[in-house]
Design a protein around this ligand. Structure first.
Ligand code: SF4
Length: 449
């Protein structure tokens, strides 16, 4: 848990205070701590922790390998199921996944610290700068295109490369990693881990990433379908949903993911602008990441407002607690009505809400809080135009059981499809499974180009 440093002189935080505030959220376990923790595992035969992991990592096996001193083997067990096991160990909500299912969850010591041991194993292997642990199958001569170098795209690319295909990734931004690089709180991904993980992943060979290649601008889907045997879309949900409230155009009102991106890409956090009174609107992990980081950058007050109650928040209980222990004021049952200010936002007004017969209703009861910065975390949506020809499943791309879209030889995975929670670990699983599906289709010639 972080220990918040408040401004030492009543003004802005010093560079040292900010550095302390953005230190690693979960400092890694030592070798001894990991072995002691491994000894708590019961090595369940029908391990519920495996079923609770979207990538089905063989958790008792990797824990046993740590216990017997085979830490490299442990990392290979993890990475064979989840090539981004390092990021997932840092950012996965383990408290609602593997650790919630752990059979010793209710004991005094709590669940086995699966996430922290996973980090111990993967970090140990990556720190060695050893040869990549997985080999490629003989080359197939097939060429695959991937759109988007986020978790789903990179997972697809790695597995497809292992299966012998040559992969070209088209990434809109100047760096790879997607939300791992641009969208997670800085204290979860210290020491440029997202880039270290991508460098490791590319060590398998056969993957070429081309940057600044936005779909619909530098590349388009029809051209990729012509040039490649199959295309995998892992474009995420790149557009922020708008909030239809008066004053949302005012300077000082912005998208929370843009704020997090600026923070993650800043060379010097001490120079980053943060409001004195920050209001964050939303109930998911992005809202929590934005609120806690605003507080840790030195905001005097941070209010997180959500239209419904704590039970309905997308953020886990652990994340909600993290916000509160960091001094974020959480106001449930509060719907934004308007933002006010002359040249820039200076306040935010909310109407209280409640559930009536299952429906959310706004009450005739308003309150206003000061706000010189408002961060909107009210959801992300698919960028429509470059993919307009593809059938939709609600607001996302429709795919078959084998991840194929309504266009032949075009597959999709990650946040842009409806496959599970919008989590890194689910995106990694989508990419892995889609790579096997494409491989099977290519072998049967059904998707041969
Ligand atoms: Fe070990 Fe818990 Fe998994 Fe059982 S459920 S194998 S005790 S981590």
């Amino acid at each position: 848990m972080l220990h918040l440093k408040a401004p030492s002189d009543g003004g802005a935080l010093s560079a040292t205070e900010i550095e302390d505030n953005f230190a690693d959220l979960h400092p890694p376990l030592s070798a001894t701590q990991a072995e002691v923790e491994a000894a708590r595992c019961l090595y369940c035969f029908d391990a519920p922790c495996i079923a609770a992991c979207p990538t089905a990592i063989d958790i008792p096996r990797f824990i046993h390998q740590i216990r017997t001193g085979n830490v490299d083997g442990s990392a290979r067990t993890i990475l064979s199921a989840n090539i981004m096991g390092g990021t997932c160990a840092r950012a996965c909500p383990t408290e609602v996944l593997c650790e919630q299912s752990c059979v010793v969850n209710k004991t005094e010591g709590g669940p086995v610290k699966i996430g922290q041991m996973q980090r111990r194993a993967v970090d140990h292997l990556l720190a060695k700068d050893a040869p990549h642990p997985f080999e490629r199958a003989p080359k197939t001569g097939r060429r695959l295109a991937v759109v988007g170098a986020g978790p789903a795209g990179l997972s697809f690319a790695h597995r497809a490369a292992m299966l012998g295909h040559d992969v070209t990734v088209f990434e809109a931004r100047p760096k790879p990693g997607g939300l791992n690089e641009y969208g997670l709180a800085a204290y979860k991904m210290v020491e440029d881990f997202a880039q270290a993980e991508v460098a490791f992943l590319l060590g398998v060979g056969g993957i070429d990433i081309k940057y600044n290649q936005r779909l619909g601008e530098a590349v388009n889907l029809d051209t990729l379908r012509e040039a490649f045997d199959a295309v995998f879309l892992s474009v995420g949900l790149s557009d922020a949903s708008a909030l239809d409230a008066p004053g949302s155009h005012l300077p000082g009102v912005r998208d929370a993911l843009g704020f997090i991106e600026d923070l993650r890409q800043a060379d010097d956090l001490a120079k980053l602008e943060v409001g004195a009174d920050v209001v964050v609107i939303g109930g998911g992990n992005t809202a929590i990441d934005a609120a806690v980081q605003a507080k840790r950058l030195g905001a005097r007050s941070v209010t997180l407002a959500y239209r419904r109650g704590p039970e309905q928040m997308g953020a886990t209980k652990w994340e909600q607690d993290l916000a509160q222990v960091n001094g974020v004021i959480v106001r449930h049952w509060s719907s934004p009505v308007r933002f006010s200010g002359e040249d820039a936002v200076s306040s935010a007004t909310f109407r209280r809400t409640r559930l009536e017969g299952g429906a959310l209703v706004e009450l005739d009861d308003e309150f206003t809080v000061p706000a010189d910065q408002v961060l909107l975390a009210v959801g992300q949506k698919l960028r429509h135009d470059p993919l307009a020809a593809l059938e939709r499943d609600g607001a996302k791309i429709r795919v078959s059981d084998t991840f194929e879209t309504s266009a032949s030889r075009v597959y999709a995975g990650g946040d842009c499809i409806r496959s599970g929670e919008d989590l890194t670990v689910q995106a990694v699983e989508d990419g892995k499974r889609a790579a096997h599906a494409v491989d099977a289709a290519l072998k049967s010639n059904g998707a041969a180009h």
